[in-house]
Design a protein around this ligand. Structure first.
Ligand SMILES: Cc1cc2nc3c(=O)[nH]c(=O)nc-3n(C[C@H](O)[C@H](O)[C@H](O)COP(=O)(O)OP(=O)(O)OC[C@H]3O[C@@H](n4cnc5c(N)ncnc54)[C@H](O)[C@@H]3O)c2cc1C
Length: 414
């Protein structure tokens, strides 16, 4: 159901990637009313991806600001930073802030993101986590040549932190409870390429290893591990065990939540005046039989921002973008487009220069996902083409996919 009243005041809850992008897009789409962006971090919006990669290797971590003060002023966007929205009065269309101030809205966007999960073991709070620039600064101050680091979790952020710490001269071990690294994110063969690269850099990635507790040992830490006689000791322990969507405000306001704030394919919550986008929301994806998914990716935050902005202004756009993310570890770039499940079969394109792409085909022959790893952005163009093929529901010829001498673009015409 769409609200049909006029829209003069828009409130954005969350001053992260998605909230900032929505503010820009609203102005690009000609919205001339009030935009108030409320963020609980004491900063203007900044990019998170560098925090586990390039920025963590710098001596001083400077924010890559998405909307610096000058740009906010040019756009006429009011940023209320360091202040949380504590509750919503949906009948009166009021957001109540942590300083007890109240802000009224005609449309409100929940772009509350996600927070790092903490380890549910004794002493789990002793492990650092990484979500914000303040977390990154706290972590950076403990890294340096000769320091021993235990990373718990071989997901994307855990492995990126491991690569950065290793590049800073730390002695790094990664502990993963699952049988393999990157189990949620990538096919096993692609994960193996990254794990091998870590091993070449002297970073041990131990899988099937379950941490049981963390204790202080003077200024250091001891990580107990199931099946090990001795704990592993380290100067720094960091947990990269996933993120939890920030749904508390939505839930307390009576909005449906299901692995995130539940929105429809137009990013509407069950209140026609309230939308949600970015890491905090789950949505039905039209390319995958309407399966409800939640994505934690930079591109998704951007793509959904465009749809949410248009629909808050009365549009009726569907969010149907192909899921996509990237990761950088050492000089290896990873790009992944689409979603695959265990029914998919795979085809490999090996370029012979250290780059390879693994395509996933659904039982009906449709291309549903593609992952590429290689030096830098060597697979970027092909993954871009794969993304277009996925969006078009293309059923590509497997031989063409596998043959690196044939341009993938040829498939776009078939
Ligand atoms: C270290 C790191 C590395 C990453 N690297 C990559 C990468 O390589 N590739 C990739 O695709 N993605 C990456 N991501 C993911 C990407 O950064 C996120 O998907 C993106 O930031 C999501 O944007 P968002 O606006 O939805 O959420 P966020 O950026 O998390 O912003 C949400 C903001 O809302 C605030 N907030 C929450 N509740 C309230 C409230 N009640 N009131 C006010 N404010 C509130 C939060 O504190 C936060 O500031 C990375 C993330 C991290 C943490």
């Amino acid at each position: 159901m769409a609200a049909t009243d006029s829209v003069e005041r828009i409130v954005l809850v969350g001053a992260g990637e998605c909230g900032a992008r929505v503010a820009r897009v609203l102005r690009e789409q000609g919205f001339a009313g009030e935009i108030t962006m409320i963020g609980d971090e004491p900063h203007a919006p900044y990019e998170r991806p560098p925090l586990s990669k390039a920025a963590l290797i710098d001596d001083e971590i400077s924010p890559v600001e998405v909307l610096p003060a000058t740009r906010l002023a040019e756009l006429g966007v009011e940023l209320i930073a360091g202040t949380a929205v504590e509750s919503l009065d949906r009948d009166r269309r009021l957001a109540v802030l942590s300083d007890r101030d109240e802000v009224t809205y005609d449309r409100l966007l929940l772009a509350t993101g996600a927070r790092a999960r903490t380890l549910p073991i004794a002493g789990g709070e002793l492990a650092l986590t990484l979500r914000t620039i303040d977390d990154a600064r706290a972590l950076r101050s403990r890294l340096g040549p000769g320091r021993s680091v235990v990373v718990i979790g071989a997901g994307l952020i855990g492995l990126e932190v491991a690569a950065s710490a290793s590049q800073l001269g730390c002695d790094v071990a990664v502990l993963e409870a699952a049988p393999r690294a990157l189990g949620r994110a990538l096919p096993a063969e692609m994960a193996d390429v990254l794990v091998k690269r870590h091993a070449d850099e002297g970073v041990e990635v131990l899988c099937g290893v379950v941490p049981t507790d963390i204790t202080r040992l003077g200024g250091r830490f001891a990580v107990g591990v199931g099946g090990f006689d001795q704990p592993i000791t380290a100067d720094v322990v960091i947990a990269g065990v996933g993120a939890t969507p920030n749904v508390e405000l939505a839930r307390a306001s009576g909005l449906s939540c299901e692995n995130g704030i539940a929105v429809d394919d137009r990013l509407r919550t069950d209140d026609p005046a309230i939308f949600a986008a970015g890491d905090c929301c789950s949505f039905p994806h039209p390319l995958y039989e309407g399966r409800r998914i939640r994505l934690e990716s930079w591109r998704n935050a951007h793509d959904q921002a465009v749809v949410a902005a248009a629909n808050m202004l009365g549009g009726n756009e569907q969010h149907s973008a192909v899921p996509w993310f990237w990761s950088d570890q050492y000089d290896i770039g990873l790009q992944h487009a689409g979603l695959a499940d265990e029914t998919a079969s795979s085809v490999v394109r090996d370029s012979g220069d250290g780059s390879q792409i693994r395509f996933a085909l659904a039982p009906d022959g449709r291309l549903v996902a593609a992952s590429g790893v290689g030096p830098g952005i060597s697979t970027a163009k092909d993954i871009r083409v794969a993304e277009m093929l996925i969006a078009a529901g293309n059923r590509p010829d497997a031989e063409t996919l596998a043959d690196p001498s044939v341009s993938l673009k040829r498939l776009l015409k078939s």
